[in-house]
Write a protein that binds this ligand. Structure first.
Ligand code: UFG
Length: 336
């Protein structure tokens, strides 16, 4: 297939483009480079040994995005574009709602106009809300705005709802919603990886900075959770496995039976903060200094999924282990 990848220069988008090419698909990439660098696309080109058509376009800018729809032909759109920092979204919610909803609506309207019917959306486990009981299944209650703890997560739930309403109204429109757990790690080439601006909010990129001496120590947010060692438990998934999940999900577009698909993409394994620190030390033969500090607002004790639906229906399963997540994270951070 030929696929328009919106936000393709970002962390998950860039890894997905690599896996799409590996399986013989081609891509047109649009990105406004707000939180990504063109060098990521250049590095993807080195990995796949192909030139990738790239447009520096903000997906909220309908006129500019329409020039891409006019010029290029594609069979599907994957939406990775959007702001994604949980804490920031609490501080500047209107910017999050405007950008995330506007870009999604603009893409869907243009798809209608140019007869593109297949869409895939980067959603998040955050749509299950703070009361979800792990392991989380797709049939568990989701999209309850009162349970979602931040505007970023609310935009994910709202866009899911928009896609569900559109799919109900238009049988030609085929929507695949992928709910990611905690993507970490980097491509084995160390050419692409997670490269947040400033001090990282997320655990793995923070550990990578400590491991490479760029930050003095890790703050472990709380050791009094109801978990085996008291620290938060999450479902870390290697970004390359996650990217492969998108490629596997393209088969949904062949379905004649349904036009809306929802999948959890995770490993199903829960790993604590201290487990991850130990795994990082072991995989890279180094020490990661840390201090136990107070809990971070909005965090829950455990969040991991039951990935069996994607296993059965997509024939996809996360294969890479924590060691390879830690190793690739370090290699990428070291090479930067
Ligand atoms: N943590 C620390 N120290 C840090 C950063 C994180 O101890 O410096 C802990 C957190 O308290 C938590 C765990 O590490 O227990 C994971 O935290 P992350 O910030 O890496 O990830 P979250 O699970 O909080 O959030 C991620 C994504 C969100 C998404 C959510 C879905 O960042 O986009 O998963 O569940 F919404």
């Amino acid at each position: 297939m030929r696929i328009l990848v919106a936000g393709g220069a970002g962390y998950i988008g860039s890894h997905t483009i690599v896996e799409l090419y590996t399986k013989g698909h081609t891509v047109v990439c649009v990105d406004n480079l707000y939180n990504a660098k063109l060098s990521a696309i250049k590095n993807v080109e080195k990995i796949v040994k192909k030139q990738i058509p790239f447009y520096k376009v903000d997906c909220c800018d309908k006129k500019k995005l329409e020039t891409v729809f006019k010029k290029e032909k594609f069979d599907a759109v994957i939406m990775f574009q959007g702001y994604k920092a949980v804490g920031e979204s609490v501080k500047i919610p209107i910017k999050y709602y405007r950008n995330n909803l506007d870009s999604a609506l603009t893409i869907i309207e243009l798809m209608d106009k140019y007869n593109v019917h297949n869409i895939m959306f980067s959603s998040s486990a955050t749509v299950y809300g703070k009361n979800a009981k792990s392991p989380i299944k797709e049939t568990d209650d989701a999209l309850r705005l009162n349970d979602i703890t931040n505007p970023y997560g609310e935009t994910k739930a709202m866009i899911e709802k928009i896609l569900m309403d559109k799919a109900a109204a238009d049988s030609k429109f085929k929507a695949v919603i992928l709910r990611y757990f905690n993507p970490v790690g980097a491509h084995e080439s160390a050419l692409i990886g997670e490269d947040p601006n400033g001090i990282p909010n997320n655990l793995m990129p923070y550990i990578a900075k400590v491991a490479t001496g760029k930050l003095p120590y890790l703050n472990v947010y709380g050791n009094d959770y109801k978990t085996k060692d008291g620290t938060g438990v999450r479902d870390y998934i290697h970004v390359v496995d996650l990217a492969k999940g998108h490629v596997a999900a393209l088969k949904c577009y062949k379905s004649k039976k349904q036009n809306l698909f929802v999948y959890n993409l995770g490993t199903g394994n829960g790993t604590s903060v201290l487990d991850l620190v130990k795994a990082y030390e072991k995989a890279n033969k180094l020490k990661v200094k840390y201090k136990i500090v107070g809990r971070r607002a909005g965090d829950v004790d455990k969040l991991y999924c039951k990935p069996t639906k994607a296993n059965k229906e997509l024939g996809w399963m996360a294969k890479l282990d924590i060691e390879s997540m830690c190793e690739s994270s370090y290699n990428f951070e070291n090479k930067k």
